[in-house]
Design a protein around this ligand. Structure first.
Ligand code: ZN
Length: 387
């Protein structure tokens, strides 16, 4: 097995730490922001740019790749990294969130009840049944996609579900986790010629402290056929105010020596709270999505670069930014590209936004290493949010 995690330095009196995740495709220094390449591509940018703006890994989505091109194709290509010409570590999200979001998107009520799950419900040709993908359909097929880190299938609930529903959903996620571990063991042995894939259990429990702590205890002590989870994903329903508390509850229960991925977090203030409370890696579509709508990050907050005031600003988005975009292009040019609806506008804005967020979490890591994290946080937050 070539997966391991080592804690290097800790934030005093807090759960935050730095570490190194080792995968068959290289190391990830943590904390780290992992850009999302949902369909095996980071929208609008070349793999060379992903390396250049400093990303250490990319997260794709098993569910989307399962639908198109299909896991067999990715497997035949030599795995996700090879397929997309990305030589560094890869993650795939399980699809629990997509089952939720696409189910809602297709205006289908997601019962997610055990009675509705049958083996022949895995995937259907007509789109109306997309919400019925179960763990056979997503997590087990994830092995064929060949990412270094994969997530067990979970039920992603919302804050609108009742407490009793959250309890039942948590129990279903726990039972799925057990099945995933058993199947993971079997598939790992049957694919011994392929690089080892680390399996992370996903903790749900919404806003409830007892459920979150229970999920962390259940999954961190779970052993099936002698194997346990390699790390943990923290996901599901949470609001901004409770984000730090939820992370603290689960990270107080989780073992120190396994990595923790916080799913779907990418706003600067949330990343600070995440790092401070012991999350090691993060992913989010927001930096790219915002870039495509001409919203770019600056140390003074986000700016809509297509607005009139930027028309004649003949200087970079940020004067001291070292990204490819800021090194070569002006705000005025970006403003023009967005107004002209030119495709390269999205490319240049995405490069800058990813460089900003990846770099921000890198600075947090350095801050923990040299003891300046809290000063850096205070200074960044005061300027970015004008508080
Ligand atoms: Zn830049």
């Amino acid at each position: 097995m070539s997966f391991k995690f080592e804690v290097k330095a800790s934030l005093s009196n807090r759960l935050g730490r730095t570490g190194v995740i080792t995968t068959p495709h290289g190391q990830i220094k943590t904390p780290a922001f992992i850009p999302v390449g949902t369909k095996a591509t980071l929208k609008s940018v070349l793999p060379e740019s992903i390396t250049e703006f400093g990303a250490q890994a990319v997260l794709a989505n098993a569910y989307h790749l399962y639908l198109q091109p299909g896991p067999e194709i990715v497997d035949q290509a030599g795995g996700l990294g090879k397929f997309m010409n990305w030589g560094k570590p890869t993650f795939t999200d399980s699809g629990g969130f997509q089952v939720l979001s696409l189910g809602v998107g297709f205006k289908k009520v997601i019962a997610m009840d055990e009675n509705t799950f049958q083996d022949d419900d895995v995937i259907a040709d007509d789109k109306e049944r997309l919400a019925h993908v179960d763990d056979d359909g997503v997590t087990f097929k994830s092995h064929q996609i060949g990412a270094d880190i994969i997530f067990a299938f979970d039920e992603c609930t919302t804050l609108h579900n009742t407490r009793s529903y959250q309890e039942r959903a948590l129990e279903r996620t726990r039972l799925w986790a057990k099945r995933c571990l058993a199947e993971h063991d079997r598939l790992t042995k049957s694919r011994a010629d392929k690089p080892y894939q680390a399996l992370f259990g996903v903790l749900q429990g919404a806003q409830y402290e007892d459920l979150r702590r229970k999920a962390a205890k259940d999954l961190s002590t779970m052993v099936v056929d002698g194997i346990s989870f390699d790390g943990f994903g923290i996901g599901g329903a949470l609001d901004k105010q409770s984000l730090g508390d939820i992370l603290r509850w689960v990270n107080e229960e989780l073992p120190q020596d396994k990595p923790r991925h916080f799913l779907g977090i990418g706003e600067p203030d949330d990343l600070f709270v995440g790092v401070e409370n012991g999350a090691d890696t993060f992913d989010c579509v927001a930096p790219s999505r915002q870039a495509r709508t001409s919203s770019v990050f600056t140390k003074d907050g986000r700016v809509n670069i297509s607005n009139a005031p930027h028309k004649n600003e003949f200087f970079p988005i940020e004067k001291d930014c070292t990204c490819y975009t800021c090194t070569n292009y002006t705000r005025a040019y970006l403003c023009h590209l967005f107004r002209s609806k030119e495709m390269v506008a999205a490319t240049l804005a995405t490069i800058h936004n990813q460089h900003f967020i990846v770099g921000l979490v890198d600075q947090m890591r350095k801050g923990i290493e040299d003891g300046t994290f809290l000063d850096f946080k205070a200074q960044f937050m005061a300027r970015y949010y004008k508080k």
